[in-house]
Design a protein around this ligand. Structure first.
Ligand SMILES: NC(=O)c1ccc[n+]([C@@H]2O[C@H](COP(=O)([O-])OP(=O)(O)OC[C@H]3O[C@@H](n4cnc5c(N)ncnc54)[C@H](O)[C@@H]3O)[C@@H](O)[C@H]2O)c1
Ligand SMILES: O=P(O)(O)OC[C@H](O)CO
Length: 332
């Protein structure tokens, strides 16, 4: 459900893993393009999609009789999309969220939003997160991911559906850690982009990635996550991929701001694709405040994106803080 970059790449994985797959696209002309040209020229130009992949623009048709429903829309729009899908969801389907964000209006993770809107229980809701830049995966470059569900048997069923020659899914029962890793890394990737845009090198990036992990762990642990999830693919793995890759929309967005673009100018250059961290820095920061967790990098990114802090002032804001021991896992 959603035919953007990741929705399209995931549909390809699922076909390549041997499943029968229907993709839902909001625009009939995009569905038509996928069915006739076997390409999604808006989001993954140049990638040939499997001939067996069918796209439709009718929600009812897309959801009819499906065992697994993959939600591939941006975080802040998931609730509204689910409202439109709810009446067509098969009662025994498993819903899998791909979105990496925290809802601004509620502070909820995507699995919480899904349960609230659909009334589905924990064992029908799973999430997928890991170092998964859509274009690399669509090019069949090898990668791994995490499929998390509190019900391990359900996670294993979804894992089986996703096992493709170039894509290796691992299971986890820690939904909170898997989701927090995915949401927080987008904010840290914005910080890395800003640093890179300001001309800083690898020491700065490594410092941001490592201290970004420290604050992600603090938030995750405060919310009940297992620290080892954040040491895994959905934590360190995704943080490294997103913070390092020029393919990352979040890193690229941050780099534009680091080079001097305003939020509006950086937004205008995204080609309609989502850089989740720009919105999620608000909700991640709010969660941190609510749980009294210190997240200085998230705070700095929020200040630059939404409070008009000049990007160069981030350095003084971060390095001017009181000195402290290096601790991982504690609440502060
Ligand atoms: N692209 C990646 O490499 C990647 C990898 C892993 C996870 N993700 C996550 O997957 C989610 C979807 O990302 P994507 O890359 O497919 O995004 P995208 O911007 O490429 O596509 C978003 C899709 O959602 C649809 N959509 C439905 N309602 C929408 C609305 N109200 N506003 C905007 N779009 C709407 C769009 O039509 C489009 O098909 C995000 O949370 C992202 O963080 C992306
Ligand atoms: O392009 P980004 O910044 O949304 O990142 C894509 C994926 O989440 C990387 O795992």
């Amino acid at each position: 459900m959603g035919s953007g970059s990741w929705g399209t790449a995931v549909a390809k994985i699922l076909v390549d893993a041997g499943n029968e797959v229907t993709m839902w696209a909001r625009r009939p002309e995009l569905a038509e393009q996928i069915n006739t040209l076997h390409e999604n020229q808006d989001y993954l130009p140049g990638i040939t999609l499997p001939a067996g992949l069918t796209a439709v623009s009718s929600v009812a048709e897309a959801l009819d009789g499906k065992e697994l429903v993959v939600c591939a829309v941006p975080s802040q729009s998931l609730r509204a999309n689910l409202d439109g899908w709810r009446d067509h969801l098969p009662a025994d389907a498993v819903l899998l969220s791909l979105a990496k964000g925290v809802e601004i209006s509620s502070g909820e993770r995507m699995s919480q939003v899904i349960k609230e809107v659909t009334g589905f229980g924990d064992s029908q809701v799973a999430v997928l997160s890991g170092p998964n830049l859509a274009r690399e995966i669509a090019m069949e470059q090898p990668a791994a991911t995490v499929i998390a569900c509190t019900d391990e048997a359900v996670a294993q069923r979804v894992q089986e559906a996703f096992a493709a020659p170039y894509f290796r899914p691992y299971t986890n029962t820690d939904v909170v850690g898997t989701e927090i890793g995915g949401a927080a890394k987008n904010v840290i990737a914005l910080a890395c982009g800003m640093a890179s845009g300001m001309g800083f090198g690898e020491n700065t990036l490594a410092t941001l990635i490592t201290r970004g992990l420290a604050e992600t762990i603090r938030l995750g642990v405060a919310l009940g996550a297992d620290i080892t999830t954040l040491a895994g693919l959905a934590g360190v793995g995704d943080l490294v991929a997103t913070c390092s890759s020029p393919l990352s929309r979040n890193r690229t967005f941050g780099a534009r701001m680091g080079e001097g673009a305003s939020l509006e100018e950086a937004q205008a250059a995204t080609n309609g694709q989502v850089a989740e961290g720009v919105k999620s820095c608000r909700s991640v920061r709010a969660l941190a405040q609510q749980h009294e967790v210190e997240m200085p990098l998230t705070e700095a990114v929020y200040q630059v994106c939404h409070e008009g802090l000049p990007v160069q002032d981030m350095v003084g804001m971060l390095l001017g803080r009181t000195t402290k021991p290096e601790v991982y896992g504690a609440a502060r």
